[in-house]
Design a protein around this ligand. Sequence first.
Ligand code: HEC
Length: 106
Amino acid sequence: MQMWSKLTIGLLGLAAAGNVMAAGNAENGKKLAQQYVCFSCHGQDFKGMGTFPPLVGKDAAYIQAQLKAFKSGERKTPMAGVMKPNADKLSDQDMADLATYFGGMK
Ligand code: HEC
């Protein structure tokens, strides 16, 4: 009995941590994606285009972390310089909203 309640608390803790990571508003994320024309590089339905990676089917937490890393300059992949100016315009809340929007796509 006691073990189960500990397990439950543990799982609730995990769920809460997940929410903190990307506490975004998908509806607003959709608007931001249009406003910042993310599709112009990532493809009309965000499925990628040539060398531009897809945004669909990726984890919200992953997307949020990448946006932060582009903005801070932490991500130094060969094409990061193309993406950085796009991330520079985004606030932390914008990133969370976009991540929630893309993270919910299949
Ligand atoms: C000018 C073209 C361009 C625009 C516009 C653009 N991106 Fe990107 N994006 C890129 C490129 C190029 C990469 C790959 C960078 C690399 O290889 O490190 C990338 C990578 C990413 C990644 C990381 C994907 C992964 O698999 O690691 C995310 C997340 C992302 N972009 C989100 C966005 C969002 C959100 C927007 C709109 C606010 C946006 N991008 C607009 C060019 C663009």
